[in-house]
Ligand binder design. Structure first.
Ligand SMILES: [Zn+2]
Length: 413
């Protein structure tokens, strides 16, 4: 296989968060535009206040479906550099894998779609941004302003990970997310426990009581009234398509002995089809070395909830706030702020053409059939049905164990 083009792409240090790399990021967009032009695409580079968005289209037949491929040409910083066996922007092949920053996320996956475009009997549009690794700040307004241009029958997100090595995976749904921050107040200032312990309200203690009431310790169920009310059960036909999860391998990977979660549901269902609640941060009082007998004036926590069809993030935030208010210890002033920005879950019905997975592997007979999966990961903005108004799916080629560990990102072909 000729890797010259892919290696040229991987050699561009398009680190979107690094101001010193701004020209390199731009160079990656221009380089990709040239490659698409060479394959018969009309391209447009749309400037944003930071890194440009590349749009490209090629129409083959007005009766053919139109597919929009999303990807990103930016990468994360390569630090810590000492963990790299070879320089991050000098791609090399070792034991059948390509090692380079962005090899898996997302240049390798994206370029696979560019190569596949040569023979695709569909109308194709590419939407490629350079700010995915910094939260896609300019993509939502671009999508809103260009709905007509981006119109498609299906959206393919060219970024993701396989369920297991050599198991090509089609992700047809992502869980949604809402976020809460809770702050509890005590006295008007920090107090000394020697002088005020016994009469001073302690917001850390109140926070502990509050936290303990969020989930049932025995069943793992979230105790917020109404939380599960709208949850749509997984149809049997859908569950039958799911792969089996190697629980022992997952435990080994996480370094844990148990996989705790909601009673009555297998780990894979808890990962893909059940809503969850997790405290993500907790603070208050003295955290430094040694001791300080302080009764703090404030304590707080951050919580996230992963949502599934048909939960409504705004309704869930309201339910959570109402419950927290009801169980908050008396006379504890509190503030609660909710964010539903990340939105609802985004399932794509399995009957839609984009969710069919005979896939290139099966067709070529070179590997196992691809696996359908729901992702338990972030409701990553571009995949949401909301902006597209279209079903979307991830066609993932990244290695599951390498994509999340920055220094070892690799790509196999
Ligand atoms: Zn990515």
């Amino acid at each position: 296989m000729d890797l010259t083009e892919l290696f040229a792409f991987l050699s561009i240090p398009s680190v979107s968060t690094d101001p010193a790399r701004r020209e390199d990021v731009r160079r990656a967009a221009l380089w990709l535009a040239e490659r698409l032009k060479a394959r018969g695409f009309r391209t447009e580079l749309h400037e944003t206040p930071l890194h440009p968005i590349l749009y490209a289209e090629r129409f083959v037949d007005e009766k053919a479906p139109t597919v929009l491929v999303y990807g990103h040409y930016d990468v994360q910083p390569p630090d810590p550099l000492e963990l790299w066996e070879s320089p991050p922007f000098s791609p090399v092949v070792r034991e059948g894998r390509i090692y380079a920053r962005g090899a898996s996320d997302d240049k390798g996956q994206l370029f696979a779609h560019v190569l596949a475009a040569e023979e695709a009997p569909v109308n194709l549009k590419f939407l490629v941004e350079g700010e995915e690794e910094i939260g896609s700040p300019h993509l939502p307004p671009f999508v809103r302003a260009n709905r007509e241009k981006l119109r498609a029958d299906v959206v393919i997100v060219s970024d993701g990970a396989m369920f297991a090595p050599l198991t090509p995976t089609l992700t047809y749904g992502l869980r949604g997310l809402c976020y809460l921050e809770v702050r509890l107040k005590g006295a008007r200032r920090d107090l000394h426990s020697g002088a005020f312990g016994g009469v001073a309200p302690n917001p850390i203690q109140a926070l502990g009581w509050l936290l303990a009431r969020l989930k049932d310790e025995r069943t793992g169920k979230v105790l917020i009234p109404g939380f599960y009310e709208r949850v749509r059960p997984v149809p049997e036909e859908e569950r039958a398509l799911w792969p089996s999860l190697d629980e022992e391998a997952l435990k080994r990977e996480l370094g844990v002995e148990v996989l705790p979660g909601e009673e009555g549901y297998a780990p894979l269902e808890r990962l893909w089809a059940r809503p969850t609640l997790d405290p993500n941060g907790i603070w208050g009082g003295y955290q430094g070395e040694g001791s300080k007998t302080v009764i703090p004036a404030e304590a707080g926590m951050k919580l996230s909830m992963r949502l599934v069809p048909d939960q409504d993030p705004e309704e869930v935030v309201d339910q959570a706030e109402a419950y927290l208010k009801a169980v908050c210890p008396p006379a504890t002033p509190w503030r609660c702020g909710g964010s539903t920005e990340a939105g609802p879950s985004s399932p794509t019905p399995l009957a839609r053409p984009c969710a069919l997975w005979p896939g290139p592997w099966r067709r070529s007979g070179e590997g196992p059939p691809s696996t359908p999966g729901r992702a338990g990961r972030s409701p990553w903005w571009p995949s949401s049905r909301r902006p597209w108004g279209r079903p979307s799916s991830f066609w993932a080629w990244g290695f599951p164990t390498t994509t999340s560990t920055p220094p070892t990102r690799s790509w196999t072909w």
